[in-house]
Design a binder for this molecule. Structure first.
Ligand SMILES: NC(=O)C1=CN([C@@H]2O[C@H](COP(=O)(O)OP(=O)(O)OC[C@H]3O[C@@H](n4cnc5c(N)ncnc54)[C@H](OP(=O)(O)O)[C@@H]3O)[C@@H](O)[C@H]2O)C=CC1
Ligand SMILES: O=C(O)C1=N[C@H](C(=O)O)C[C@H](O)C1
Length: 266
């Protein structure tokens, strides 16, 4: 059994993670942590997530249950870094899904993974992790005159853009092509006064309503176009994946892992 503490437990993903931790037969939710000023402190989690059989109450993120085996964090970069420091200080493995991280944030995460085991993925669905491998095959197989674009759609509350998943897909394509992602990523064409170059990965973003998350990688040539699309229709998909990652991570050696490792894809 893996005892899980969910940080940011009142968030959209936090709620789904609490539910998934309760419902997975290899895991138990032992702690639902929120910020010290949160009005939910002390209230029963089961009422909040409509899950009848948990006795856990919301607790302060600075004092996590002593029997925690793995912390899960889907918050914001500033929160994630605070929670990462807590996990390192208390020697607790961590599953991280927070997106919008800078290169400096990633460097911090990699340093932390030298003292605790960490799974970090910008998408915990099985489908996107398979898509990551499919786009690599497409990028390697298709001729050099292909134009590559990534389009993502998310709900109106999402802060970071492009999504972490879109960047993950773009980075996978760049790696397969032998390109430096930073050199080929194009986020804005509004000031371009010339046509695109062949060595580009263009990103487009749509935000609206309650869209859970959709990603398409386009490989467009003269005369044909390949579109590889993934559509998530429930946050429980990501939550179940992250809880699966937590159970997998429990008792693993120190190091930085991804969902590709959890799924046995590499
Ligand atoms: N990797 C994946 O598969 C997925 C990743 N995500 C990512 O997960 C993250 C959260 O998304 P979502 O649940 O929709 O967002 P929400 O806005 O619903 O939740 C954010 C949570 O983070 C907490 N938080 C924010 N700032 C801090 C802080 N400084 N310290 C502590 N806690 C903080 C919030 O607490 P409070 O209410 O107190 O502000 C809240 O609980 C995003 O980065 C998103 O991109 C989402 C889905 C899948
Ligand atoms: O914020 C979200 O909702 C999501 N964020 C992740 C991302 O940035 O890729 C994953 C998923 O698409 C949902």
């Amino acid at each position: 059994m893996t005892n899980i503490a969910v940080f940011g437990a009142n968030g959209r993903m936090g709620r789904a993670l609490c539910k998934a931790s309760i419902n997975n037969e290899s895991t138990e939710l032992v702690c639902a942590a929120v910020r010290a000023n949160n009005e939910l402190l002390g209230q029963a989690v089961k009422h909040f997530i409509n899950q009848g059989d948990s006795t856990v109450t919301f607790s302060d993120e600075t004092s996590v249950s002593a029997d925690t085996d793995v912390i899960i964090d889907f918050t914001l970069p500033v929160g994630m870094k605070k929670h990462l420091a807590y996990a390192v200080a208390h020697n607790i493995p961590m599953v991280i899904g927070t997106t919008g991280l800078t290169a400096e944030d990633m460097a911090e995460l990699k340093t932390a993974a030298k003292s605790i085991p960490i799974v970090f993925s910008r998408n915990y669905s099985v489908g996107i992790n398979l898509l990551e491998n499919l786009v690599k095959t497409a990028a390697k197989t298709l001729a050099d005159d292909i134009d590559i674009e990534i389009f993502e759609l998310h709900h109106k509350h999402k802060i970071d853009a492009p999504s972490g998943t879109a960047l993950m897909i773009g980075e996978a394509i760049a790696e397969a092509k032998g390109w430096q992602h930073d050199e080929v990523a194009v986020f804005d064409r509004s000031k371009d006064e010339q046509t695109k170059s062949q060595k580009e990965i263009g990103y487009s973003v749509m935000r609206g309503g309650d869209i859970v998350g959709e990603h398409t990688a386009y490989f467009a040539a003269d005369g044909e176009r390949l579109e590889l699309t993934h559509k998530a229709s429930s946050r429980m998909t990501f939550a179940k994946g992250a809880v699966r990652a937590a159970a997998w991570l429990h008792n693993k050696p120190v190091g930085l892992y991804t969902m590709q490792d959890v799924l046995g894809f590499r």
